[in-house]
Design a protein around this ligand. Sequence first.
Ligand code: ADP
Length: 174
Amino acid sequence: MTIETVLGDITKQTDVEAIVNAANNSLLGGGGVDGAIHRAAGRELLAECRTLNGCETGEAKITSAYKLPCKYVIHTVGPIYRGGNSGEPQLLANAYKNSMKLALQNKIRTIAFPSISTGVYSYPLEEAAEIAVTTVNDFYMEHQNEFDCIRFVLFDSRTKQAYDNVIDRIILSS
Ligand code: ADP
């Protein structure tokens, strides 16, 4: 088992059971990774999302994945970065933790995450990568036998580099 990073498009991951969507509070679609996931999954995803009554920041909800190659989409909402003193670190950690909890509850052993909040929501990349990797790794350490693969799918090389740097420092050196 590893926590791994790949450069790529999360909608094209063919060997994971669930992908995580960096959604917004409405869960009714948006830009960035959210838009890409809804486009690839098809209109049925939006129809199921309409039944969920939105999602609080830091919380997560699960749906089917429809036309995507995976089985489930876990929708979570990261914080909009407003300077860092509005609870953003805890909310970002909660988004990862609650996504992992939902995976566990649904016996999902392979999961792919995007870089939550570092696009339109403007979370500074290095700080977000640190929170993402440490939160996911801490959760994994408590549930080692319940996961086979945790993957960060990163859309550009700068983002991948930031995550790799944290993994090298925190996980590989521990
Ligand atoms: P947020 O609103 O949480 O900031 P965004 O979708 O704007 O979410 O951006 C989050 C990250 O997802 C960014 O690094 C962005 O480049 C990346 N991203 C956009 N499209 C995809 C995709 N298809 N697969 C993986 N990552 C993506």
